[in-house]
Design a protein around this ligand. Structure first.
Ligand SMILES: NC(=O)c1ccc[n+]([C@@H]2O[C@H](COP(=O)([O-])OP(=O)(O)OC[C@H]3O[C@@H](n4cnc5c(N)ncnc54)[C@H](OP(=O)(O)O)[C@@H]3O)[C@@H](O)[C@H]2O)c1
Ligand SMILES: [Zn+2]
Length: 378
C-alpha cells in the first residue's frame, strides 16, 4: 500500500478535481503490476494496473488500491466492473471514497460477489495524500496554500515596499513548480501595484506545467492598472479581478478596457466587501465552482492576515533567506488582527524543513481547531 500511495503522487496537479490514486498487484509476495491515475479524464489506477494481466494470474493475486474502486459511470466505466470481470483473490483498500456516487458502494459490490476486501490499510496516509479532494467534498472550500519569502527578521518587504529578491534562485524555482500544479494563484492588489508580477509558472527545461492557474487579484477598490503585466497577458492565462460592485460601476471605461484585454471580474456585494472573511470565502467558493481544488495565495501581508484571522489556511510554504533588513516599518509576513496570546497562534500538525542552498524552506499543514469555518482536512 505504501508503494501504491507513492505511485499515486505522480498524478499531483494532473488529475484534480479527481483524487490521486495508486494501485499495485502482488502474487506470492511479488509485485506483478502497478499503475496510477495519471490524467484527469484518463484511465483510473486499476485500469492501468490490470492492463495485460490475465484472469488466471489475477485470481491468484492481491490488488492494493489507495482509494475505494469506483462504482459509477463517470468519464470512464466503473472499475468495479473491471474487477468483477477478472476478480483478484483479495482486494486491499486504504480508504472509502466519500464521493456520493461511490461512498461504500464499490467495496460492497466486490464483497457481494465473494471477493475478500480489507479496508483501512494506511488510511491516515491516504487521507493526507488526498486532503484537498476530501476538503472540497466535505466543505465546498478549496485547499489553501499560503506562500511567502521572508528575511531572517521576518520581513517580506522593506518599508518602501521593495521585495526583490529575498529568496534565492532554488527557492524561486520551487515556487514556480508549485504554481504549475495549482488551480488558482491569489494576491492582494498592493502586491500587484508594488511588484507588477506575472504569477505564471516558468519551469526549467524538460519540466511540464500540469495546469494553468487562474490568476486572482483581490482588489475591492479596483486599483489594478490596465498596463499591468497581469492584464496584458490575460489571454494567455486567465485573470480574475475581485472588485467591489459599486467601485466597478463607477469606472465604466476602465471596466471596458479590462473586458477588451480578456480579464474577468468577480463582483463582491457590499456585505462581502466590508467583511474580509466573507469576501475571501466567496472567492474560494467561486474557485471551487470553476473546478478548482488547490489555491496558492502569494500575499502580501494584509491578505495573509485576513486569511489567518479567518482561519482559512491549510498549508504554509515559507522560504527564509539569510538576510536582515531591520526597520519597524518593514512589512511582516502576516498582518491582520492576529491573536492575543501565543497559545492561540496557528500551530501545525505536520512540519518539514529543508535547506535550499543558503535558504531554509518550511512546509507545514495547519493544525485544525473546532472554530475553523473551512471544514478542514479531517
Ligand atoms: N516576499 C514575499 O513573499 C511577498 C509576497 C507578496 C507581497 N510582498 C510584498 O508585500 C507588499 C504588499 O503587501 P501589503 O500587505 O501591503 O498588501 P497586499 O496584501 O498585497 O494587498 C492588500 C490589498 O488587498 C486588497 N484586499 C482585498 N481583499 C482583501 C482581504 N480580504 N484582506 C486583505 N486585503 C484585501 C485590499 O485592497 P482593497 O481594499 O482595494 O480591496 C488591500 O489594500 C509589497 O511590497 C510586496 O512586494 C512580498
Ligand atoms: Zn475507477
Amino acid at each position: 500500500m505504501a508503494m501504491a500511495l507513492e505511485l499515486a503522487k505522480g498524478g499531483q496537479g494532473w488529475v484534480e478535481p479527481n483524487p490521486m490514486v495508486g494501485c499495485v498487484v502482488v502474487r506470492d509476495g511479488e509485485l506483478i503490476a502497478s499503475g496510477f491515475h495519471e490524467r484527469f479524464g484518463g484511465p483510473h489506477a486499476e485500469v492501468h494496473a490490470l492492463r495485460g494481466l490475465d484472469a488466471e494470474v489475477l485470481s491468484q493475486s492481491t490488488l492494493y488500491v489507495t482509494l475505494e474502486p469506483c462504482a459509477h459511470h463517470g468519464k470512464t466505466p466503473p472499475c468495479v466492473e473491471l474487477l468483477l470481470s477478472k476478480p483478484p483473490s483479495r482486494v486491499v483498500v486504504a480508504m472509502q471514497d466519500p464521493f456520493e456516487k461511490v461512498a461504500g458502494l464499490g467495496i460492497s459490490r466486490l464483497q457481494q460477489t465473494g471477493i475478500h476486501v480489507t479496508t483501512g490499510v494506511l488510511e491516515e496516509q491516504a487521507r493526507r495524500l488526498n486532503a484537498p479532494y476530501l476538503k472540497r467534498l466535505a466543505s465546498g472550500f478549496p485547499w489553501v496554500i499560503t506562500k511567502w519569502a521572508m528575511t531572517l527578521d521576518g520581513a517580506i518587504a522593506t518599508g518602501s515596499l521593495d521585495s526583490k529578491w529575498i529568496s534565492n534562485e532554488l527557492s524561486r524555482q520551487q515556487v514556480h513548480r508549485l504554481r504549475s500544479r495549482v488551480d488558482a494563484v491569489v494576491v492582494g492588489s498592493s502586491t500587484v501595484l508594488a511588484d507588477d508580477p506575472l504569477l505564471t509558472a516558468r519551469l526549467g527545461p524538460g519540466e511540464l506545467v500540469a495546469r494553468t492557474a487562474m490568476r486572482v487579484v483581490l482588489d475591492r477598490r479596483f486599483r489594478t492598472m490596465e498596463s499591468s503585466q497581469l492584464v496584458r497577458t490575460a489571454r494567455e492565462a486567465p485573470v480574475i479581478v475581485v472588485v467591489d460592485r459599486e467601485a466597478l460601476a463607477q469606472v465604466p471605461d476602465k471596466r471596458r478596457a479590462f473586458d477588451r484585454a480578456g480579464a474577468e471580474f468577480l463582483e463582491l456585494e457590499r456585505g462581502q466587501s466590508q467583511d474580509p472573511a466573507a469576501g475571501l470565502e466567496h472567492v474560494l467558493r467561486e474557485i471551487v465552482r470553476r473546478g478548482g481544488t488547490n489555491v496558492l495565495v502569494e500575499g502580501g501581508a494584509m491578505v495573509m492576515g485576513s486569511l489567518f484571522d479567518a482561519r482559512l489556511v491549510d498549508q504554509v510554504e515559507c522560504y527564509i533567506a539569510p538576510k536582515v533588513i531591520g526597520g519597524l516599518e518593514a512589512r511582516r509576513a502576516v498582518g491582520g488582527v492576529g491573536v492575543e496570546s501565543i497559545a492561540l497562534g496557528a500551530g501545525f500538525q505536520e512540519t518539514h524543513w529543508e535547506t535550499l542552498g543558503a535558504d531554509l524552506h518550511f512546509s507545514g499543514i495547519l493544525a485544525r481547531c473546532p472554530t475553523d469555518r473551512s471544514g478542514g482536512a479531517d
